[in-house]
Every structure is written in structure tokens, then in C-alpha cells.
Write a new protein. Sequence first.
Length: 290
Amino acid sequence: MYNISRKDVVFKKEDANHLSFNSPFPSGDEYVDKGRALLYEGNNNEGIVFVHGLGNRNFEYLKYYPENLAKHGYTAIMPTLPYHFERMPKDKKISFLSGTSVDIEKRFYQSVTDLLSCVDYLESIGMKKIHIMGFSFGGMISTIAKAIDNRIDKGVFIVSGGNFLYITWKSTATKVLRVRYEDGGSCSIEKCHELHQSFDQEAENFSSLDDLNNLPNCFRYDPSLFAKMIDPSKVLMINAIFDPFIPSKSSKDLWNKMGHPKRYRLPSGHLTSHLWFKKFILKKTIDFLE
């Protein structure tokens, strides 16, 4: 699971800005399991892991954040998530959220342990304080990473949320996923509602990774399950009021379960949050980290 050993992970510097590493939670596909990351070196002793969102169209424009964080002194590492870009299986394209909840669960384990490997790397090059920042889906994975690794000091979660009841059945980004669930008979909105009747109580009771063994697969990768393990004073959330990808109930659920951390709500949609407010997001992030 998330606590798999990372002692054999080795980072190699391909050039000044590109790193490669072996994923600690291998999928069995050599292309997926060769981790890659961009490195932006700053001039202070604080590092930050920046995590991009779901899909293959957001990597380039999101470089804006680690590039500018480095200009403010932070050494930023931006890993490529499994099943994205060059980490896609060679012979077929597989969406991160395709397949069953068991398949998705394994991809979360791999993604989170990849992020923790990046934390290891920043620590190995002398970073004394390490933060994490995630955009959209990257914020979900970052939430889990921060919850289970107390080396991560502050977390910044942009247009992100939790509770897969809302994400799966209300988000425009997961339409294909819910059609697949219903066509395959593995889930339906009625089954999901019934299963999630216990979610709030399970999240309240959750206290260690050992508890995951007694939970349904789809609970095990839900950021809202992990939220209470995070100190809200160490979190900044920025959400979009008109977000069709992260429903308002989803972002509010994560915010509530995290204990109401500092939050800004932008008058924008999901993608326009970056297009219209990237300077605002960057400024508030730097203010928060400092």
C-alpha cells in the first residue's frame, strides 16, 4: 500500500532539469514504472513537490508554478504521474481512472509513493523544509501524501476536493467512468450512495494506514478519508465557484473534513482558475509558504 519500502529507489539526473527514477510501487509495465520529473533549483533550503492534474493537456501550462516558485528560492520538483505522457504503456493508452476500483486503487498507491520518493529526493539534496502543492487531481494525491508523511510541512491544494461519491457521479470529468461502471454492473449511483452511507463515520474513525484493510477499495484512495490527519493551519485551499470538474460538494467535503483550513474561492471555472488567476494563486501560495 502507501507504506511500501522506497529504499531501492534511485534518482538519476538526465540533464540539468530532468530526473528519472524507478517507481517504488511498480505496475509491471516498464514505461509506467520509469518515473520522471522536472527539477527547478532555487537558492534557499526549502523544497516543494508540485503535482499536475489528470489528463494529458495540463502539464505544460502548469509548469508556471514550479518555474516561478524556483525564482522565489524554492527548489521545486514536478513528477509525471503514472499513466500520463511518457509514462503511458507503450501499446495502449489507459486512463488513470479506467478499470475497476481495484485498478484505480493501485494507481493511487503508485502515485502517492512516487510523490514520497520525490520528498526523499529533496531531503537527500539538503532541503530542510519540504512542502507540497497539487492542482486538481494532483491536489487529491497530494492530500494523501501530506496526511501520511509528517516530513511535508505545508500543503497547497488548488481546485481540488474529496469524496468520490460526488466526484464520480457529479463531475463532468468522470462521465466515461460512471458509464463504464454502470455498463459493467460493478457500480451504480444507487450502490454508491448505499456504500457511502458509512463514509463520514469511517473518515471520523480513520487513524492509521492499518485501518485501510477494513474499508472498501474506493474509500482507500479518497482524500477526504485522510483529511483529518492533516493540521488545517498547514493548508491553503483555493477552489473555483463554477467548477464543473470538482463539484462544490466535493471541495466543501474536503475542506470540512480537514478542519476548515484557510481557503479562497475564485469566481471562475476549473481551467479558468489558472488562466485568469495564476498570478493570484502564485502570490497567495508564496505568502502562505513564507
